[in-house]
Design a protein around this ligand. Structure first.
Ligand code: PLP
Length: 486
């Protein structure tokens, strides 16, 4: 497909501005004036509409296809939450309003949403207070680890490193490193959970904290949390819970009840807010009492008369971590989703998430190797190790699925599993969709026996088939527009 620049024809216009009757350029300081003509494609309105409509049709999205991408949880975005987020009472608010005299009166509804979300997330997770500001899961982790560091600093603790199991999400060690800590890794045991017997040797007085992705990247719940908590707290370490995928446990288990001190939640995973194209997301962070003083500012407080206000007066706070109040539109969608589901609905959502993953596991374990054969949570990790013996690898199965109209699952992650295929069906998919996916996977397995070479030129239905992925990432032609800079 051509780029829009390649469709450009000199003189074509999509829209003509009426001629201005004031000479605006005359008043502008010359340093601000464009020195050269702006290079834009010269196209008609129809050219633009067709170009972008056709491009959008090539998008493989959750609105058009099943998307069982493990560890990422692309899911249905309820359309009623979009309507709510577009209410002009919210969209017309200026973020600086609360700073103005009398301005706070005009934003009571928005502050109420932030305040109630904080209360509800505390209720769901067992934490004592939340900040809504972090803009993604990884950003939430950084916020949490910065609070961890502030806690140790205030107590005069000399801490050097954070302990992370090898089955953690990749962002956990990355966060710890960015926050200035060293990382100490604990391997998994044969059941795919952190080897508890290897943890004790990693714990010293210099351990700042322990980060647990739970369920871990094998989709498995860690049932040793009470023992871990005791070991970590014995050296005044902070227990961090990565709750990005809370849809596996919500309504059933509260991290705050078993000793976790800080955690994040991904609204764009668990609470069905849009996700993709890099955001915007939201990764609220919850803390127990002992970390409350370090929460970012501003914080929404409820005054005695029941009205809401923003408070900045927390001297030990780690400060600002996002502009204004975070991704308010995302928080609002999650708020509406929570209101709709309620307590029982949340429990049902996690039941379905877990049931769907286990259904796929049980139906596919005859066809694909299952590295950890016990009940999984919201996702299941299979392996194409058997198929690989005939030359059909996880990547080939992913390409096969594309031609079946299914977005490939995550492949080659987690790194702990050879030829990994990580599947998260999510709670919102029907049995018919799951059966369609299972059928496609079974066909892939059968083809790997009867005609393994058939995979090599798949997919056949896409504009490009097998790009050189390394070249695509490392060898981008950034000079394409260099001669005609805008
Ligand atoms: C997705 C995910 C993250 C990171 O969240 P982002 O919003 O992508 O930054 C962290 N931990 C786990 C377990 C995840 O699944």
């Amino acid at each position: 497909m051509d780029l829009i620049f390649e469709k450009s024809v000199e003189g074509k216009r999509g829209f003509l501005n009426p001629k201005s009757d004031v000479d605006v350029r005359a008043e502008m300081p010359s340093s601000y004036k464009r020195q050269k003509e702006c290079h834009l494609p010269e196209v008609s309105e129809l050219d633009v509409v067709r170009h972008f409509t056709n491009l959008s049709k090539r998008n493989f999205s959750v609105d058009s296809n099943f998307y069982p991408l493990g560890s990422c949880t692309m899911k249905y975005n309820p359309k009623f939450t979009e309507d709510l987020a577009r209410l002009c009472g919210f969209t017309h608010l200026h973020p600086l309003l609360p700073q103005l005299k009398q301005g706070e009166k005009l934003v009571q509804g928005a502050l109420g949403v932030l305040y109630e979300m904080d209360r509800w997330l505390c209720e769901i997770t067992g934490m004592d207070s939340f900040t809504m500001q972090p803009l993604a899961g990884a950003h939430g982790e950084l916020t949490g680890v910065m609070m961890m560091a502030a806690y140790h600093k205030s107590k005069g603790n000399k801490k050097k490193y954070i302990v992370v199991p090898d089955s953690s999400h990749g962002t956990n060690p990355a966060t710890a490193a960015i926050a200035g800590y060293e990382i100490v890794c604990v391997p998994s045991d044969k059941n795919g959970v952190m080897d508890l017997s290897r943890l004790q040797e990693k714990i010293t007085d210099e351990m700042a904290g322990f980060m647990l992705t739970c369920p871990n990247t094998h989709g498995i719940f860690n049932s040793n949390i009470d023992k871990i908590t005791e070991m970590v707290h014995a050296v005044d370490g902070i227990m961090y819970y990565d709750g990005a995928n809370l849809n596996a446990i919500m309504g059933r288990f509260r991290p705050g009840d078993v000793g976790f001190d800080v955690m994040h939640v991904n609204l764009h995973k668990t609470f069905a807010t849009p996700h993709g194209g890099g955001g915007p997301g939201a990764g609220p962070v919850g803390v127990k009492e002992k970390l409350i003083p370090y929460l970012p500012i501003s914080r929404v407080v409820r005054k005695e008369d029941g009205t809401y206000s923003l408070n900045y007066d927390y001297p030990d706070s780690i400060g600002y971590i996002a502009s204004f109040y975070g991704n308010f539109g995302v928080i609002l969608r999650a708020y509406a989703y929570l209101l709709l589901l309620g307590k029982e609905g949340l429990k049902e959502a996690s039941n379905h998430a877990v049931l769907n993953a286990n259904y796929i596991k049980e139906r596919l374990k005859k066809h694909f190797a299952l590295p950890y054969d016990h009940i999984c949570m919201h996702e299941v990790v299979l392996s194409a190790a058997t198929q690989a013996k005939s030359g059909v690898h996880a990547i080939d199965i992913a390409k096969f699925l594309i031609d079946k109209g299914i977005h490939p699952p995550t492949v080659y992650f987690p790194l702990t599993v050879q030829e990994a295929i990580m599947i998260e069906p999510t709670e919102t998919e029907s049995k018919q969709t799951l059966d369609h996916f299972i059928q496609a996977m079974v066909e892939a397995d059968e083809l790997s026996v009867t005609e393994p070479s058939a995979f090599k030129d798949l997919p056949k239905t896409m504009p490009i088939s097998r790009p050189d992925e390394t070249k695509a990432a490392r060898d981008i032609d950034t000079n394409y527009f260099a001669e005609k800079p805008c």
